[in-house]
Ligand binder design. Structure first.
Ligand code: SF4
Length: 719
């Protein structure tokens, strides 16, 4: 066996579980990943991504020198450039001076609203804190967002409305203390594999009962006591019908309702109409299953609810999450060990990027930008003149795209994200990106969005820098530099500090702090402004992370939330109405499309598709139920065309009972057949999250040669 020169402990860069990785290094090359049995989060287990998916660090397509486009890009005529011949390699000084000059020019000509920035759920807390600080303090814009808008925005808004805190209320491993738990809109085995293992242990070793509510027959259905196969987007009627049964049969918790909640009467009145019979008609779920699920959850000693993107990614995503919160408040299954509300966060640091203020309505720590006291606090903390920070709410990710116009957004800085894969209705997104005046890409690879950029700033990977990630159960954990950055790539926080100092000098404005010697100093600064991070210091998380809130240097962290009270005081019930999805099926588009992830890949695929993981799952497949496949005359491996009102893609099909009849599923990782060419731009009015989980499509048999996908090729622009 090869003996390592060193083994460095760090945190997985993929999903929000936040597993510990021990990276083995020989001759400055990572060659192996292990994890110890006493690792607090993952107890000696890793999924395929964490164990083997680090090789993108060495991928030949990675860009490791700063680049500027050779041909000046003009609004309306902007093109994509994946080929390095269309760029010239430049020094860091030239790249950063050019970026400074163009951003400042546009800001001084068109003002704060002309600029926008995508922060990044894959980057560290420190990277995100600094990027939002730079745009807020130097350009006075709140047009700052990241992919949290596209995943859990509905959950965040609903939890803030109902309890005043938007994170998971429990530690993931607490699932072994549940005797009943609901899993809905979450394919945990593929998206949070280590949490899925803990769920299986809770069922098999500790006798917990699982209720799955999901349109897909996910793997965990095999372990469930009940499976409620609802139609996509019918969560409000299903969960409200459960509340209806709990109210009618007096299975609720009157003491909890009296002492910890408000607005019960209005809520109870609104549940009258949600009979199991009504829910059955709307959702397709047998009324007896709804009654059985209600009784099982309400009579549990410790009940908990876990959900992922199937809940918030709807035009009524906030209502869907409120329906779950209502159930927890009704039964008192919250505020104790093993009881609570748990939105499983997707990316490795989507919780931390949100905590760090990478959002348009909030400073770090969810302090509203339109709250005068919060604005004054951040002006003082960042040494900015009184009244200088913008008090207006900024644009969300999807709004940034729709506001690209001659009198709207003119320049965007994208750190690590890829809206040209992740936004809905990609043909529209492409048209909008073509209208930009200036685009900065900061990343590892030239992705579909950065291919539109004027300047590319090469960033270091997670294995080449220090920092922290905050995982799905609020645990702030160390990310450690394992190897030196490849080529001239630099840590994101260093790039931002260098750029901010240049912008500040050009604008001749008061100096904020940008001279950090190490990211630990950045986190300490954030802790002075965010109460929940006040006690999170690098020296305290060397061995094991701390779960926020951590109020001071002696605070031990908070494994589960709301023991005494909710941050807003009382938990608030919300009356609900049923609203259909934005687009219904009809004769021309008779299938519901739902999108999501597969085990081997992650999001837009920018990391996993540059890893050998791509060999395990190399192409997009549309999953079709056997009943529909027979009617369409197709079998697994055949090519089909999937078409919506917005676009069309060709891909092979996989015939499987994982999807229910009338529903097809496409993973969104593949630029060759991007699912988001088909999805609809309709958004939840409160959370502004698009409806990725339901739109109407047609599926027809096609031929192998159609796999070239002209529309997808046009979207990517290089075929
Ligand atoms: Fe990484 Fe998530 Fe897999 Fe753990 S479960 S190894 S954090 S991808």
């Amino acid at each position: 066996m090869i003996q390592p020169d060193r083994i460095v402990s760090t945190t997985c860069p993929y999903c929000g579980v936040g597993c510990n990785l021990q990276m083995h290094v020989r001759n400055e090359t990572i060659y192996r990943v292990t994890t110890p049995f006493d690792a607090v989060v993952n107890r000696g287990t890793l999924c395929v991504k964490g164990r083997y998916g680090y090789d993108y660090v060495y991928n030949k397509q990675r860009v490791t020198t700063p680049l500027i486009r050779k041909k000046l890009q003009k609004p309306g005529k902007r093109t994509q450039a994946f080929d390095l011949d269309e760029w010239r390699q430049v020094s860091w000084d030239e790249a950063l001076d050019y970026t400074t000059q163009r951003l400042v020019e546009i800001y001084q000509r068109d003002g704060s609203d002309a600029l926008a920035v995508y922060c990044c759920a894959k980057a560290t807390n420190e990277d995100n804190y600094l990027l939002q600080k730079m745009f807020r303090a130097l350009f006075q814009t709140n047009n700052i967002d990241h992919c949290t808008r596209l995943c859990h925005a509905g959950s965040v808004v609903a939890l803030q409305m109902a309890v005043g805190s938007s994170a998971m209320s429990n530690t993931a491993a607490e699932v072994i203390h549940n005797d009943v738990f609901i899993l809905t809109g979450a394919n945990a085995s593929e998206n949070h594999p280590i949490i899925a293992l803990q769920m299986k242990k809770a069922i098999q070793k500790y006798g917990a009962k699982l209720i799955v509510v999901d349109p897909r027959r996910i793997e965990l259905v095999n372990y469930a006591t009940l499976w409620l196969p609802e139609k996509p987007g019918t969560d409000v009627p299903v969960f409200s019908a459960m509340a209806h049964v709990i109210l009618k049969e007096k299975l609720f918790n009157p003491e909890f309702i009296d002492t910890r909640t408000e607005n019960f009467q209005d809520f109870a009145a609104s549940m009258e109409k949600f009979t199991p019979e009504f829910a059955e008609i709307v959702s397709g779920v047998d009324r007896n299953l709804i009654v059985a699920a209600a009784r099982m959850y309400a009579s549990a000693k410790n009940g908990a609810i876990y959900w992922a993107l199937g809940i918030p990614q709807h035009v009524h995503g906030t209502d869907n999450a409120l329906a779950l919160i209502n159930l927890a408040l009704l039964t008192g299954h919250i505020g104790r060990l093993g009881t609570g509300l748990n939105p499983l966060r997707g990316q490795n640091n989507v919780q931390g990027a949100s905590d760090s203020g990478a959002m348009p309505w909030h400073y770090p720590g969810y302090q509203r930008v339109d709250d005068e006291a919060a604005a004054i606090k951040f002006e003082k903390g960042w040494n900015q003149p009184s009244g200088s920070l913008n008090r207006q709410l900024g644009l969300t990710t999807t709004e940034i795209v729709s506001h690209i116009a001659p009198d709207g957004v003119r320049a965007i800085h994208i750190m690590g994200e890829n809206p040209m894969m992740s936004e809905p209705d990609l043909n529209h997104t492409r048209h909008q990106f073509e209208q930009l005046e200036f685009l900065v890409g900061q990343d590892l690879f030239i992705n579909e969005s950065h291919a539109f950029a004027d300047v590319f700033l090469p960033a270091a990977t997670f294995a080449e820098k220090d920092g922290t990630f905050t995982n799905t159960d609020r645990r702030v954990q160390r990310v450690r530099q394992v190897i030196p950055p490849r080529g001239e790539s630099r840590a994101d926080w260093e790039i931002i500090c260098d750029l901010a100092q240049r912008i500040e000098a050009r604008l001749e404005v008061p100096t904020a702090r940008w001279d950090y010697a190490h990211p630990s100093e950045i986190l300490e600064e954030m802790g002075t402004l965010v109460t929940e991070y006040a006690g999170v210091k690098y020296k305290r998380i060397e061995q094991v992370g701390l779960q926020t809130p951590v109020y001071d240097d002696n605070h031990p962290g908070t494994p589960f939330l709301f023991a005494e009270k909710f941050p807003r005081g009382r938990g608030k019930f919300h009356p609900l109405e049923y609203h259909a999805c934005a687009e219904s099926i009809d004769q021309e588009y008779p299938f519901i499309l739902t999108t999501g992830r597969v085990l081997e890949h992650w999001h837009g695929g920018s990391l996993t598709r540059h890893s050998w993981l791509d060999d395990l799952y190399p192409e997009a497949l549309v999953e079709i139920n056997p009943v529909d496949a027979e009617a369409l005359g197709v079998k697994s491996g055949d090519t089909v065309n999937v078409r919506s009102r917005r676009g069309s893609i060709h891909l092979r099909c996989k015939v499987t009972e994982k999807t229910t009849p009338g529903v097809v599923f496409i993973p969104f990782h593949f630029h060759e057949a991007p699912a988001n060419i088909l999805t609809i731009e309709a958004i939840d009015p409160l959370a502004k999250i698009p409806e990725y989980k339901s739109c109407a499509v047609a599926v027809t048999r096609a031929s192998e040669k159609d796999l070239k996908n002209p529309e997808a090729q046009q979207a990517r622009g290089r075929y």
